[in-house]
Ligand binder design. Structure first.
Ligand code: 13P
Length: 287
């Protein structure tokens, strides 16, 4: 059964660890995340971007696949199915499709519009029993080969969004999606501290969990971060393992193309990444 992310995040914030959100792209990805969370007895969040949702034939397909898979694999740890960086329309679609959690990313909108749309979704999620993540201050990343530095969110804006009753809040603190550039200044812990103080007990979300070193992860958790998102690192490990398999000519040894064999090394590599991150975030044994 899939659950919303509220209870797992409240427990994480109270006990000083973070729940991992791992983005999924297909059946193998989903299976790798679910089985590893079960193996480590860790709560987990399946993240679905709008693009991945389209690729997997729409949110209804993703919801049906995730629910059926968790059931047939006998997954007993809490699992939330969460829309990652959704537009307002995508949020509505995921609510209807049976997601248990959504992220409305209104960070690029004027603050009043972000507040208005987030407030409407707070109401809808409360009625339907979903958890809701909001965002203030954009998270940097690569676009057209240029790596933008993460914007630092304003604590007062964070307070205004938190007070709407969101389950969790993603606040930019210099974090970036994807690989961090060599001249990255690191997370802005002064800003995180101010945001944590301004938002009270609302669990904070750290995006861009791929390249953040262990000491920064631990410090962020001590300052209110209870959910950390990982995407790129799973993609990179999948890519490296698949490439090694093909370059060794192992894909040519069977009768023909067999996805069960070709995708197996990459799937194992995703599992290893998820295992490492769950260890780093401290959520093993916390289900
Ligand atoms: P990375 O791709 O840097 O791991 O970030 C993932 C993320 O924050 C998804 O929202």
């Amino acid at each position: 059964m899939l659950v919303n992310a509220k209870d797992m995040l409240i427990k994480a914030a109270a006990e000083g660890y973070a729940v991992g959100q791992f983005n999924i792209n297909n059946l193998e990805w989903t299976k790798a995340v679910l089985t590893t969370a079960q193996e480590l007895d860790a709560p987990v969040i399946l993240g679905v971007s709008e693009g991945a949702g389209k690729y997997m034939c729409g949110y209804k397909t993703v919801a049906a696949m995730s629910k059926a898979m968790a059931d047939s694999l006998g997954i007993a740890v809490p699992v939330a199915l969460h829309l990652d960086h959704g537009s307002y329309d995508a949020c509505l679609k995921c609510v209807e499709a049976g997601f248990t959690s959504i992220m409305f990313d209104g960070s690029h909108l004027p603050l009043d519009e972000n507040i208005e749309k987030t407030a409407a979704l707070v109401k809808l999620c409360a009625e339907r029993g979903l958890s809701l993540e909001a965002e203030v201050g954009s998270i940097g990343g690569e676009e057209d080969g240029v790596v933008g530095m993460g914007e630092v969110a304003d604590p007062d804006e964070c307070r205004r969004i938190a007070e709407l009753g969101v389950t969790m809040l993603a606040a930019g603190i210099g974090n970036i999606h994807g690989k961090y550039p060599a001249n990255w200044k690191g997370l802005d812990f002064g800003a995180l501290d101010n945001i944590h103080k301004a938002t009270g007990s609302v669990p904070l979300v750290l995006h861009g969990g791929t390249g953040i070193p262990q000491d920064m992860i631990r410090k962020a958790i001590s300052l209110g971060v209870a959910k950390i998102n990982v995407n790129t690192e799973c993609q990179l490990s999948f890519q490296a393992a698949t490439r090694a398999y093909i370059e060794a000519g192992k894909d040519l040894q069977g009768k023909g193309f067999d996805p069960r064999k070709l995708l197996a090394p990459g799937t194992e590599a995703i599992k290893a990444t998820v295992r490492e991150k769950i260890g780093l975030f401290g959520s093993a044994g916390k289900a």
